[in-house]
Ligand binder design. Structure first.
Ligand SMILES: [Ca+2]
Length: 269
């Protein structure tokens, strides 16, 4: 009788251990079961942090594509946590045969640190140039892009600046709706070094001041010519400037301006 009792207790114990183990494995492996795409694998351990500013932990990961041949293409991908379900963003290319070091979470962004080669060095050279790519997640569009931090005074041609060109408005998402300029070429904005900007719409010219602090941008003292044009989209464009909150650049060469209160986003190129 005693033996049977001990046996039963042992069996219960074993059962508990097995089910506990299973539970743990499921939680940990959740991220690893994400389908990152054919020929892609997750490289190293994902790093946790809040990347969409909603208080829960998201994940940043390296994925590597080995399509065959000698290339190994590394990408940044974020897994955004929605009540325990992770949704992957698109992939952002980092480099071919780079040497990933780690990922840090800073100011709600994922910083990918890795070693790459100089542009002039052949692929056979060991990657030795330290690089950090700040990856910014946009909640409104579920897109990621490179965020260029503190570029003032940089002479690197790869680093984008507000005053590098005349920006042309391409599209916007405002209150969940896509808004496209009827004639994109008419909506432009130019940033001068002294904090003054000049813009044009499909009707008037606008000018004023802008100020930048960290990633934040504010347009102020806006003035313009006062022509009236039937069917003009000037109010939409002015609304973008008036509601601008922050900006960043993407690897596609775009300038993205995010609006206050998650109202939306405008894309310039
Ligand atoms: Ca989050």
């Amino acid at each position: 009788m005693k033996k049977i009792l001990i046996l039963i207790i042992l069996l219960i114990g074993v059962f508990l251990i097995i089910s506990w183990d299973k539970k743990e494995t499921q939680d940990v492996s959740k991220i690893n079961t994400l389908n990152v795409g054919e020929n892609f694998t997750i490289f190293g351990e994902p790093v946790e942090g809040d990347l969409d500013n909603d208080g829960d932990l998201d994940q940043a990961l390296y994925v590597v594509e080995q399509p065959g041949g000698s290339g190994s293409f590394y990408y940044a991908v974020l897994a955004i946590n929605n009540a325990g379900e992770y949704k992957l963003t698109e992939k952002m290319f980092l480099g071919d045969r780079i040497a990933p070091q780690n990922i840090e979470i800073k100011d709600g962004r994922a910083v990918y640190n890795f070693a790459d080669r100089k542009a002039v060095e052949p692929m056979s050279t060991v990657a030795s140039v330290a690089k950090s790519v700040w990856v910014h997640y946009n909640k409104n569009t579920n897109e990621i892009g490179e965020w260029v931090k503190d570029f003032e005074g940089e002479a690197n041609p790869e680093v984008m600046k507000l005053d590098m060109k005349k920006w042309i408005w391409q599209t916007a998402t405002i209150d969940g709706k896509e808004v496209n300029p009827k004639d994109s070429s008419k909506f432009t904005i130019e940033f001068k070094k002294d904090g003054i900007f000049g813009a044009s719409t499909d009707c008037n010219g606008i000018g004023g001041n802008y100020s930048i602090k960290d990633k934040q941008i504010t347009f102020s003292d806006m003035m313009g010519t006062l022509m009236y044009c039937e069917g003009s989209q000037e109010d939409v464009f002015k609304g973008i400037l008036e509601n601008a909150e922050s900006y960043y650049f993407t690897s596609k060469g775009e300038l993205k301006i995010e609006l206050k209160n998650n109202k939306g986003l405008a894309i310039f190129n």
